[in-house]
Design a protein around this ligand. Structure first.
Ligand code: PBG
Length: 325
């Protein structure tokens, strides 16, 4: 054939191929989510998430040294608290001695060179499992919940967290949290906004990890985004940008690559994406059945998230993949 264009030419020249590679994964792109528990000894596996554990404070402080050795320095902490401490108002969230705050203090004592991110939401602390306080009709009360989030943001800052990450999807919380932090002298604490958080079935294994006590999946569609809506996601991203977020996050990641791409095109803030528990576990499950190659699928999935526009990726694969980079 007389072909003027043969795109395969460069693909077959090894060195040229690596020169024209557009995207690659880097350890510094990753944030590792970790679960800290106030009632486990050392570490305890999360059944629905292979290689993911709930850690005691002492064990996690030690483990951070290992993570740093493989090049991971950024961690998002999620609390797992014992059922007796859960109540309808989630008041354990405002206990300065609750597990995440204690863990952050200890980690920072030993590892000042880490970046610690506090997840702000009430669901690990409420007995009904919702991300906020319910009013008399059972609806999540937006403004009361935001008041609590502001207080817990200040406690997180006091405990040594560098970044707070509200994952609740209440209206107006970014602006209120910003003012609350600034008024308390925490101007340097950044906000990673879970801006476009969809009401997703992929959060299932996470709820297991934080021991949400509900038997049936609960419905968070009154505050989380409708998976059918992309323009509404852009509105949420815009509001968080205007209210003072430092980074904008889309979650889940791979099922919402279109949203990541338009966030990158429409905003100047850095874009984060959260490859959530269910995205992790589905790859694991298929690989356990011998149907998919675990590491290659994990890498391909992460690369697709990066290619779509994510500057920062929260992923449970961080340890596995960083060790290979
Ligand atoms: C809730 C929260 C969730 C996740 C992070 N923060 C679950 C939910 O909204 O029910 C999910 C993360 C994951 O699935 O890995 N505040």
């Amino acid at each position: 054939m007389k072909l003027f264009r043969r795109p395969r030419r460069l693909r077959e020249l090894r060195i040229a191929k690596s020169m024209v590679t557009e995207y690659s994964l880097q350890k510094q792109d990753f944030i590792l989510p970790i679960f800290v528990s106030d009632h486990c000894e050392s570490k305890e596996p999360v059944e629905s998430m292979p290689e993911v554990y709930r850690w005691s404070i002492d064990a996690v402080v030690e483990q951070v040294s290992h993570w740093k050795e493989i090049g991971l320095y950024a961690f998002a902490l999620f609390p797992c608290i014992m059922p007796e401490k859960k109540c309808s108002s989630g008041k354990e969230a405002l206990n300065p001695d609750s597990i995440s705050f204690r863990a952050a203090k200890k980690i920072k004592e030993q590892h000042q060179d880490t970046l610690l991110i506090a997840d702000l939401a009430l669901d690990p602390f409420t007995d009904h499992g919702h991300d906020g306080i319910l009013d008399s009709s059972g609806r999540v009360d937006n403004d009361l919940t935001v008041e609590m989030l502001c207080k817990s943001a200040n406690l997180a800052a006091q405990a040594g967290f560098d970044v707070v990450a509200p994952s609740d999807m209440m209206d107006g919380r970014i602006g209120e949290i910003r003012s609350s932090l600034d008024n308390a002298g925490f101007e340097q604490v950044a906000i990673l906004a879970y801006s476009a958080k969809f009401c997703s079935a992929y959060y299932g294994p996470f709820r297991d990890a934080i021991s949400s006590t509900q038997k049936e999946p609960i419905d968070k569609s009154g505050y989380q985004l409708n998976p059918a809506n992309s323009r509404e996601a852009l509105l949420e991203l815009k509001l968080d940008e205007q209210e003072g977020a430092d980074l904008l996050m889309i979650k889940p990641a791979e099922p919402y690559l279109d949203i990541i791409k338009s966030a990158k095109e429409n905003f100047s803030l850095p874009i984060a994406a959260y490859q959530v528990s269910g995205e992790y576990s589905r790859i694991w499950a298929a690989s356990k059945l011998g149907w998919l190659d675990l590491d290659r699928c994990a890498e391909e999935s992460l690369l697709s998230i990066k290619r779509a526009g994510a500057d920062v990726i929260l992923t449970y694969f961080a340890e596995r993949i960083a060790a290979k980079l």
